[in-house]
Every structure is written in C-alpha cells, then in structure tokens.
Design a protein. Structure first.
Length: 328
C-alpha cells in the first residue's frame, strides 16, 4: 500500500529532512492531490518549512477550496476579509462564505447568521459605536454594557476552544516558552487564519469603541480560568518594545461563575463580570509614559469557569502575523 504523502512528509520533517519533505508534498500537489496543495498553503502561512508567502498561500488555498477542501475555504475567507496577502475584500469574503453555506457548510451558515444580526456597513465596519461609561474621573477606565451579544460571546469561545493551552511566556534568556508567572489560566490566540468575518467584525467594533484603527490591535486572545486560577496584579505594557500597548479591551464571555472580578486597586474599582460587557482602559499617557495606576488583576475564580477575551491595542499598526512579544 502506498503511504500517504502527508504522513511521509511529517516523518521526514521529524527526522530533520525538510527539503525531502517539501519535495514529497510538491510532487503530490503537482499530481492534483488536494491535501498536499492544502499542506503547501499551511507551510506558506506558517513560514516553515517553506518561507512565509501570504499571497502564494492564498492562491493555494483557493485552489484547494475549489476542489472541495472545506478547511481551505474557511481559511481563505478569513484571509480575504482581513487582507492577509492582498487588500481586504469584505464583499468577496461574504460571497465565498455564502457559497460555502449553500453547499452545506454548517460553520459558514452559522457565521452568516451572526453577521446578519450585526449592524455593519458594506465594508464590515460597525455603523455605530456603543456608549461607554467612565469608571474614573480621568476617563482612563471605561465600561461598555452589552458590548457583545451572548451569541457573539459563544462564537468567540468556540473559535478558541481547540487552541486553549496553559498560558506561557517567552524566557528572554533561553527564548523558550515557560509557564506564565502571573497568569495561571489557559489561553488561545485567534490569529489571522482563525479570524473569520464574525471575529473580524468584533475586532472592528473594538477599534471603534476604543477610538483606534483595527490594524493597531494584536490578535484577539481568549483566556479560560478554572477554580483557583487568576491573573495576578500587573500592567499590560511590555518591556523593550518600540510599539507599546496603548489600550486594553477586556470582554467577559460568560457570567455563570463565582469570583474572577477585575480590580484596579489604585482607583478602588472592582468590576463584576457580566456576559457581553467590555472594559477599556489606557496603559500609557499622551507622552508615552506608563500609567502606573493602570495596574490591575483578575481575582481567583472560586467556582465555575470564567471566559474572557482580551485585545491589546498598540500605538501604531501591529503585524498580527508576529507574536505579542514582538519588539517591533
């Protein structure tokens, strides 16, 4: 029995033979083997073992999708919408989404239903920005009630569930991932490949309410806290970066748990999570200095599970294809 080219390539990579793995997949793709075409696309997106080439990846994804590869179509839709590898094209993304839904793709159908419930313009941006309530006299901490619907919160959580892993941080000395010293939750990053049109529309809503450009935001991060887990007192600013975190937007994705309040001790502000509510706060002042009173914590969860989405917003546009620890 002939071995599957994908399995052969993975074995070659595991034994330190990337050139041979690339050749195996290239041969299979040239022969019309759709999973091999999709594999080439994934490698071109990841930047290993092929160089990252988002434009080429888009072409490969489209080819695989036209031959019925469902996952390739979903990724293509995300990249078309968010502009990875080419200019963003919201109408084309909706067209591809509708085609997938009409062919029985339940995920595409669900995304369309959610989009149809949102008030968006022809480019996928919100037609209005929700009102925010100041929690401090200076307006550095604000709360938006009902920022997301329960269905939108559930969609974010579902989008991240299979990606969740214990929170880690990169050790600056070894460059290896080590357990996060401050955050004891599970975490998942919804990067551009997973940024379906609903996630993108939510990110644009975040940009609108925070008076920023959507391109300034890091990828949406989902945090899941089990009983006893917490986010200890900290600031969201990063050391040794040129493009600092300007603002943070927290979104509570559920409320059926005990504990988990967000506290800002220097302002005597305690926020009880309510599903769909958002909290926006500034991390640096107009002159670029760190606002020390922005330190905050997520208290330990006592019972149940807390779900939270976070979007850190930089001063300048941020390349979401790079990690949040980037020193750009």
């Amino acid at each position: 029995m002939q071995k599957d080219p994908i399995a052969v390539a993975q074995s070659l990579l595991a034994t330190g033979r990337p050139a041979d793995a690339i050749a195996v997949i290239a041969s299979a793709a040239a022969g019309g083997y759709v999973p091999a075409i999709f594999q080439q696309a994934l490698w071109s997106l990841a930047g290993t073992p092929l160089p990252r080439n988002l434009t080429h990846a888009r072409m490969l994804l489209h080819e695989a999708a036209e031959h019925g590869h469902r996952e390739a179509r979903l990724i293509e839709i995300a990249l078309v919408a968010n502009g990875s590898g080419a200019a963003p094209d919201w109408p084309k993304a909706l067209y591809l989404l509708d085609r997938s839904a009409s062919k029985g793709d339940g995920n595409a159908r669900q995304v369309l239903l959610l989009l149809n419930s949102m008030l968006l313009d022809s480019g996928g941006a919100p037609v209005a920005s929700p009102l925010a309530e100041d929690l401090t006299a200076q307006g550095t901490i604000r709360r938006v009630s009902g920022f997301l619907t329960a269905a939108e919160c559930a969609h974010i959580a579902r989008s991240a569930t299979d990606l969740l892993a214990p929170a880690v941080v990169v050790d600056p000395r070894t460059k290896r991932s080590v357990p996060h010293p401050i955050r004891t939750s599970d975490a998942a990053v919804i990067g551009p490949v997973r940024e379906d049109p609903v996630i993108l529309a939510i990110n644009r809503r975040i940009a609108s309410v925070s008076n920023t450009d959507v391109r300034q935001g890091e990828a949406l991060t989902v945090l899941r806290y089990s009983p006893g887990q917490q986010y200890r007192m900290h600031l969201d600013t990063l050391p040794h970066v040129v493009n600092q975190r300007l603002k943070t937007v927290l979104i509570y994705l559920n409320e059926n748990f005990e504990g988990g309040e967000t506290i800002f001790p220097d302002h005597n502000v305690v926020i009880r999570p309510i599903c769909g509510d958002a909290v926006i706060f500034s991390n640096i002042s107009a002159d670029g200095s760190v606002i020390s009173t922005a330190r905050h914590a997520g208290l330990p969860v006592r019972q149940g599970v807390k779900w939270l989405a976070t979007r850190w917003i930089r001063v300048k546009p941020f390349d979401t294809w790079k990690g949040p620890e980037s020193t750009e």
